[in-house]
Design a protein around this ligand. Structure first.
Ligand code: URA
Length: 433
């Protein structure tokens, strides 16, 4: 088999066989295929696409390019949830505690921030001492004992994705549904859970800009998961404004804690409940979503969801006092209110821009190894559709160095107004099974 023939085939819009896909991915893993040939094939896939079968075979070949976690030592059904990346997205923290409090096993590997989007690991590390680097044995033991652990990736999971992703990044081939779907799903499949819930975001702050594209990506991922025997479902959710009110690591932990206590923002709480319902049914904890919602609400009102979060933080070496009293989490030197210069209805909040502005304060990284300032970020005081008067506080900025005028101007440009009432869009657009 020759890679040039495979490139030729995809260039001519022909489907690739399982053997051809395996040959390519094994060649990538063993470095026997040159980067320029993989790049050419990536562009051919970007332009000519892949059908469901090819995409599933690509995900499978990538999954087997490295270690595959075996979670069978953990009793019961292991559930996972994955978000395609958003601004203010602290869902994994609250949701995992809520569903674990209802008896579902959460053995979760999360990631770090990427570009304007935050990462669960960075958020959790704003809790003093929180250890995301458990060994595989410690990880499984913790899930068996308390039903929940969130860690960084262990072992060498999907090395082919690391190489391919790096090439996609510099060859303008990131925005391809089969390539995104196989990249995400190969990692989810390799991390060993039985059920997968995908939170596919659409809008300005997301990879997929429209609901239609988000649905296409979700369907491609569901098809991969189901064809490999994992119960996979997806929610299509709005990223045309930040999720909840906070952006920034410690601020988001604080909001995640408030949410498991039943005092979180409405949109974020709804997203967690909706995701929790699906996960409890997927995991066989209950057979009806109505019953699942009642269980989740009870876990919140009784304090059991909060206790589960405290327990996880404790087991992973974190300072639980910071969860019990979130004012002990890292605090910025300064807080500055930004007030509205106009009156009207909030028509748009550019979440991508707010994500970038939080990164500029130090909440995210410009380079891979940059340190993170856990204390800084934005606490928004408006949502789309709110009616505000001139002088209304739009946001409280938590910062450690002076806010320059350019930063403030960019913030103002990220918010637009309408004279007419603006429709509020539900956070969960659709559920795909
Ligand atoms: N996240 C991934 O892991 N892969 C992609 O291709 C896009 C988002």
């Amino acid at each position: 088999m020759r890679i040039v023939d495979i490139i030729e085939k995809k260039k001519n819009k022909e489907p690739l066989t399982e053997e051809e896909i395996k040959f390519w991915i094994q060649g990538v893993s063993k470095d026997t295929i040159a980067d320029y040939q993989t790049s050419a094939l990536l562009m051919a896939i970007r332009l000519n696409g892949m059908d469901d079968y090819e995409t599933a075979k690509l995900a499978e070949a990538m999954m087997y390019s490295g270690d595959v976690m075996d979670l069978s030592d953990i009793e019961g059904i292991k559930a996972d949830k994955h978000s395609t990346g958003g601004v203010g997205d602290k869902t994994s923290i609250s949701l995992s505690a809520m569903v674990a409090a209802c008896g579902l096993k959460i053995a979760k590997m999360s990631g770090r921030g990427l570009g304007h989007t935050g990462g669960t690991l960075d958020k959790l590390e704003s809790i003093e001492g929180f250890n995301i680097s458990l060994t595989e044995e410690e990880f499984k033991k913790q899930v068996n004992e308390i039903g929940i652990a969130i860690i960084g990736q262990t072992g060498d999971l999907v090395p082919a994705d690391k190489k391919i992703y790096a090439l996609r990044d510099v060859t303008a081939t990131v925005d391809s549904i089969p390539l995104i779907a196989s990249s995400i799903m190969s990692k989810k499949l390799a991390s060993g859970s039985d059920t997968i819930l995908l939170d596919v975001k659409y809008g300005e702050g997301a990879f997929m800009k429209t609901v239609e594209d988000a649905k296409k990506l979700a369907r491609a991922m569901i098809s991969i998961g189901n064809s490999l025997g994992r119960n996979t479902m997806a929610m299509i959710t709005d990223m045309n404004q930040p999720l909840g009110n906070t952006i920034g690591n410690a601020l988001e932990v604080e909001e995640a804690v408030q949410t498991v206590l039943g005092q979180g923002p409405e949109d974020f709480t709804e997203l967690c409940l909706c995701a929790g319902e699906i996960m409890l049914v997927q995991g066989g904890v209950t057979s009806s979503k109505d019953q699942a919602r009642k269980m989740l609400e009870e876990a919140i009102s009784s304090g059991r969801a909060f206790e589960k979060l405290v327990q996880m933080v404790d087991y992973q070496g974190g300072n639980v006092e910071q969860i019990k009293d979130t004012s002990l989490l890292p605090q910025s030197k300064y807080q500055t209110e930004i007030k509205s210069l106009e009156s009207g209805y909030i028509a748009n909040i550019n979440s991508m821009e707010l994500g970038i502005l939080a990164t500029l304060l130090g909440a995210g990284r410009a380079e891979k190894d940059d340190p993170i300032n856990y204390a800084v970020g934005l606490r928004m005081n408006v949502k789309k559709g709110d009616q505000v008067e001139k002088g209304h506080v739009l946001c409280r900025v938590h910062h450690d160095s002076d806010l320059d005028d350019q930063w403030i101007q960019r913030f103002y440009k990220a918010i637009s107004y309408s004279d007419e009432p603006v429709e509020r869009i539900p956070v969960v657009e659709e559920i795909l099974e």
